[in-house]
Design a protein around this ligand. Sequence first.
Ligand SMILES: C[S@@+](CC[C@H](N)C(=O)[O-])C[C@H]1O[C@@H](n2cnc3c(N)ncnc32)[C@H](O)[C@@H]1O
Length: 197
Amino acid sequence: MDMDAKLLQFYLDMKSPEAGPWNSSPQCLHTEVVTRDYIRKTFPVTEGMQVFNVGIGTGDWDDYLGYWLNGRGQLTSIEIDEEICELFTYRQKREGHPNPATIICKSIFDPSLPKEEFDLITLIGSAINEVGEFTRCLDACFRLLKRGGYIMFMANIKYSPIEMLQEYISNTNYTLEKQDLYDEFPEYPFYICKLRK
Ligand SMILES: C[S@@+](CC[C@H](N)C(=O)[O-])C[C@H]1O[C@@H](n2cnc3c(N)ncnc32)[C@H](O)[C@@H]1O
């Protein structure tokens, strides 16, 4: 399949009977609005800001981050799945994204990743669960983060209880500066936290 055919299939999959019900649901749209609004209200964009996102998936969040930073900062996104990396790179190019992500097609656990290079790291949605190894994943994110930098952590309460995060932080020198719970839709309750290195 050539890349345009793969891209068409990607767009069709987003609207398929499997993904469509969730993607078009109020729960999904609410989660997206809250998460996007949270980052722009909580973290001021500074000149040359370096942001890092863990797990591309559909790439919608990465697209948004690139627009948010456009003209001032850069996004680096890591993703372990080579096909996702290839299609996301092609899609951003084909759609003419003005501030495309630099993509690292590796695991977040790869020892060759840079140390203390980023101002803000985002870990949202099912990323922490899909990566697995809660503590090791957060350790890897903090390793990438500059001193004084932040992690924006968003997760579903049912799959990643907030107590797990609080316990993790209590065993480190990092701080949990802010935690907000969103349970307007009890079927998908989630929280967003601001963590500082
Ligand atoms: C569902 S996506 C998250 C997408 C997005 N953050 C969101 O929730 O809207 C999680 C991604 O993490 C990737 N992933 C899983 N393990 C990983 C690892 N060890 N390092 C980097 N990416 C990984 C998966 O391939 C998947 O594409």
